[in-house]
Design a protein around this ligand. Structure first.
Ligand SMILES: Nc1nc2c(ncn2[C@@H]2O[C@H](COP(=O)(O)OP(=O)(O)OP(=O)(O)O)[C@@H](O)[C@H]2O)c(=O)[nH]1
Ligand SMILES: [Mg+2]
Length: 178
């Protein structure tokens, strides 16, 4: 079996790289996107006897191919078809962040929503009901996090393991046999 592949995607400055580092530790190496000046970071998450390739995508507000960052994120999600996209969202700015979430949902690739910046949200009196949000988004896993404080990281690892176990990679246009 090839190693499961997951990608971290989200708006700029939502904590993707902080989460990437928390998931992959020091095992990461840095590579370049072919012909591009923007770096992609790839690392390995080792958890519960599993090894999972993790790719840290550039920050993007949408998957429209207007900017280089958007093109890179879009190409990776659409063509490389990761098993799971961990969509990192800023809990203090949920509405703007969920625009990208809607676009990722349209690809049909399973999403885990990492609801980051909980500490900042709490300080501003913002409470997000993650169970209700999950319910509104067809039951996708919603993991409350404050990644820079290490909060939510074990729960995210658990959700990733569950998702890659449950979801074999889907090729574009592949028939789903049930
Ligand atoms: N208060 C708080 N700060 C956080 C949290 N997670 C990340 N940060 C901080 O937010 C800033 C941006 O974090 P990054 O991990 O670089 O964000 P990113 O999404 O990778 O950013 P881009 O790659 O530029 O899109 C850093 O200063 C982090 O330390 C969090 O949960 N709470
Ligand atoms: Mg980053």
């Amino acid at each position: 079996m090839t190693m499961p592949l997951i990608a971290l995607a989200g708006n700029p400055n939502t904590g993707k790289s902080t989460i990437f580092n928390a998931l992959t530790g020091s095992r990461q190496h840095v590579g370049n996107w072919p012909g591009k000046t923007v770096e992609k970071k790839e690392g390995v998450l080792r958890f519960q006897n599993q090894s999972i390739t993790v790719v840290d995508l550039p920050g993007t507000y949408s998957l429209s191919a207007y900017s280089l960052e958007e093109q890179i994120a879009r190409d990776f999600i659409v063509h490389d078809r990761p098993h799971v996209v961990v969509n990192v969202v800023d809990a203090t700015n949920l509405e703007r962040n969920l625009y990208l979430t809607a676009q990722i949902l349209e690809t049909g690739i399973p999403i885990i929503l990492a609801l980051n910046m909980q500490d900042l949200a709490a300080a501003r009196g913002i409470t997000v009901d993650s169970a209700h949000l999950s319910h509104l988004l067809d039951g996708l896993p919603v993991i409350p996090m404050a990644a820079s404080l290490g909060q939510g990281v074990p729960a995210l690892k658990q959700a990733i393991i569950q998702a890659v176990t449950a979801a074999p990679a889907t090729a574009p246009g592949a028939e789903v046999v049930v």
